[in-house]
Design a protein around this ligand. Structure first.
Ligand SMILES: [Zn+2]
Length: 61
């Protein structure tokens, strides 16, 4: 499989969100692609204000 990939056209995996070449893709729970390691960043939840806002969507209000 790897040899076939190397011999084929130079296809590199690109993120459909930002278009950059990437190794890792991130999907949300419905498998929609959210981004890649280039355009998705990780943050401390305790330092993110949005994590303390009321979750109306979850509560169904
Ligand atoms: Zn990306």
């Amino acid at each position: 499989m790897k040899d076939l990939w190397r011999e084929g056209t130079e296809r590199e995996p690109c993120c459909p969100v930002c278009g950059r070449v990437c190794d890792t893709i991130y999907r949300e729970r419905y498998f929609e692609i959210v981004g890649c390691e280039n355009c998705v960043s990780q943050h401390e939840a305790c330092e993110t204000e949005a994590c303390y806002e009321p979750r109306y969507a979850v509560l169904g209000l």
